[in-house]
Design a binder for this molecule. Structure first.
Ligand code: HEM
Length: 426
């Protein structure tokens, strides 16, 4: 059996984690070129790790061999969020997914629709009011936060501004701990980001438990009555759902959408008028700029990926950015071409992995879909927009969530609705 290209390196000294975290996209690009293949090995997190950058490899890892390549229960996510479905395996994961999925589909999702519409309108209606360019990423993050806190915790910014503000700040502190070194150090006048994060988590848990005990309505009410494995499960999951992770991912996609269509009136108009083309634009945005760089698994037994031997206990990381630019499947992989989704790539949405893939894919894509469509259509129907100033450095950073490293600024101009409805005969 062929050995994985590359070297697993010696423990500690051979570790490439820093290089990977600094610029994961260049890290993979260089190795894909060097090994002339999209599956290779390296040492990261001080563990020999296979990197998967091809569509076929991703499908094999996440779909066909999902019972061999498992979630890592010692992942940093467990440190910050406690035991949740994200780091569980086997039957427990299946049961949790089954219980939780109902909250993000069917009638539960339907009942969220009016709230999603109202949040989009409230947060997006003033983008042109000041007459000055807007830092779109921050505006969209606020929108995402209003969405998750309102939907999952019944805390609405316009009804309880102080509580909303407090939770938003706590979520930010908690998040900064997730991405800082897990060193729980606290000395007078100084505390590490991680220990501040743990304090924020404790306070958030108090708020969440109070909500679970006292609210009967909405998502938090339904979650409280689900058959979950233990008494802390509902609160741990709520902590995960209201964390900064989801607003950041939503803001990432909305920012990429806004940038891809900035200054391009023709594409915007076509997307507004043609639902199929609109869908293709959104697919192309997530293909080129997936919010999360990928996901990680551990080999539970000796196995293979793309014909290479993967020993038991190896880590495996799929890189969504590279998978989505696999030239075997996506011709002109670096170009923004929505038309591909009605041509050569029609019906191939399952070759994307922005929301994972296979039995452990994201449980929120339907909710995301409703939200993204609502927010993007609001922008298309109400604004013209362009980069302001026209020349900006839009180089992306990919961790922890993808977005331009320098926050882009965009000027919005309200559309004249008579013109946009086509009723202007002028
Ligand atoms: C733009 C927004 C989102 C993006 C880009 C996203 C992306 C992802 C990805 C890539 C995975 C798979 C990770 C892996 O393979 O290891 C995942 C899993 C998951 N997502 Fe999302 N997600 C989003 C929103 C949401 C929302 C709104 C929820 C629910 C409130 C959610 C809940 C979950 C859960 C529970 C899992 C773990 C599933 C499992 O391990 O079985 N996500 N998400």
């Amino acid at each position: 059996m062929a050995k994985l290209p590359g070297s697993a390196g010696v423990p500690v000294l051979g570790d490439k984690s820093l290089e990977f975290y600094r610029d994961p996209v260049s890290f993979c690009r260089q190795r894909i070129e060097k090994h002339r293949g999209r599956v290779f090995q390296c040492r990261v997190l001080n563990r020999p790790t296979a990197f998967v950058c091809s569509v076929q490899g991703m499908r094999e890892l996440l779909c066909e061999k999902s019972n061999v390549f498992l979630k890592d229960p010692t992942d940093l996510m467990t440190n910050m969020y406690g035991d949740t479905v994200v780091t569980t395996n086997g039957e427990e994961a299946c049961l949790l997914r089954l219980s939780l999925t109902g909250l993000f589909t069917g009638s539960c999702l339907k009942s969220s629709h009016d709230y999603i519409t109202s949040v989009c309108e409230r947060c997006l209606k003033d983008l042109s009011l000041s007459g000055r360019p807007q830092c779109v990423y921050s505006a969209f993050k606020r929108l995402g936060t209003e969405l998750v806190l309102g939907l999952f915790l019944n805390v609405r910014a316009e009804e309880q501004p102080e509580l909303f503000q407090e939770i938003m700040q706590l979520c930010t502190q908690h998040w900064h701990g997730l991405i800082s070194a897990p060193v729980n150090v606290k000395v007078p006048l100084w505390s590490s980001g991680f220990s501040t994060a743990l304090e924020a988590r404790d306070r958030l848990m108090d708020i969440i438990k109070d909500k679970l005990e006292n609210e009967t309505q909405g998502f938090v009410g339904s979650l409280g009555s689900l058959p979950l494995p233990d008494s802390s499960s509902a609160s741990q999951h709520l902590l995960l759902f209201i964390s900064a992770l989801i607003p950041k991912a939503l803001a990432s996609l909305l920012t990429s959408f806004t940038l891809a269509l900035s200054g391009d009136e023709q594409t915007r108009r076509r997307a507004m008028e043609d639902p199929e083309y609109f869908r293709a634009v959104l697919l192309e945005v997530q293909r080129l700029w997936p919010p999360f760089i990928g996901g990680r698994r551990i080999a539970d037994q000796d196995s293979t990926l793309a014909g290479f031997h993967v020993p038991k206990d190896y880590g495996v990381i799929y890189i969504s950015h590279s998978v989505h630019r696999d030239p075997e499947v996506f011709q002109q992989p670096d170009s923004f071409l929505p038309e591909r989704w009605s041509g050569r790539n029609a019906g191939q949405e399952h070759f994307l992995c922005s929301f994972g893939n296979g039995p452990r894919s994201c449980i929120g894509p339907k909710l995301n879909d409703v939200f993204l469509k609502e927010a993007c259509m609001y922008l298309l129907k109400n604004y013209d927009w362009c980069l302001d100033p026209p020349s900006q450095d839009l180089e992306y950073k990919w961790l922890p969530v993808s977005r331009p490293a320098d926050p882009p600024s965009i000027s919005f101009t309200r559309l004249d609705h008579a013109r946009c409805d086509g009723s202007d005969t002028g």
